[in-house]
Design a protein around this ligand. Structure first.
Ligand SMILES: [Zn+2]
Length: 138
């Protein structure tokens, strides 16, 4: 193999690797976008055809419409997204519960939320549970 050929193959190799990396990044971005969509879908505040749902996802109109149209295929392509969205929502919910209880809760429940990371309304007394339902978290 002459030097010129060697250089060409080397360049091809680099190009191939770069496009591989780009594909992985693209896939990662797609999955991340689908996750943003799925979180809002699971929250269920709005029908996904509602414009407000798109705003909540933070996605561009183009990305949003793409996911809306291809949701079934995308979920099959990224099966972990549903579970990820669920745990992300649980995390958000318990963070919100902790925040509300820290302000309004009784001293007993304040102690509970300060110790437990994945707190749910079931950890709270009836009185503090009401604060959470009043705030209509999910
Ligand atoms: Zn309480």
């Amino acid at each position: 193999m002459c030097l010129k050929q060697k250089i060409v193959t080397e360049q091809e190799r680099i190009l191939q690797q770069t496009s591989k990396i780009q594909n992985i990044l693209k896939k990662g971005k797609q999955e991340e976008k689908l996750l943003q969509y799925e979180i809002v879908r699971q929250q269920g505040y709005y029908n996904m055809l509602d414009k407000r749902a798109r705003i909540l996802t933070g996605l561009t109109e183009k990305d949003y419409n793409y996911i809306l149209k291809n949701y079934t295929e995308l979920i099959l392509k990224f099966p972990k997204v549903k579970e990820k969205a669920k745990s992300r929502l649980q995390y958000l919910k318990s963070a919100q519960i902790s925040k509300i209880i820290a302000i309004k809760g009784c001293s007993n429940c304040i102690e509970i939320v300060s110790k437990k990371l994945d707190v749910t309304e079931n950890d709270l007394c009836e009185n503090c549970k009401k604060f959470i339902t009043d705030q209509q978290i999910m």
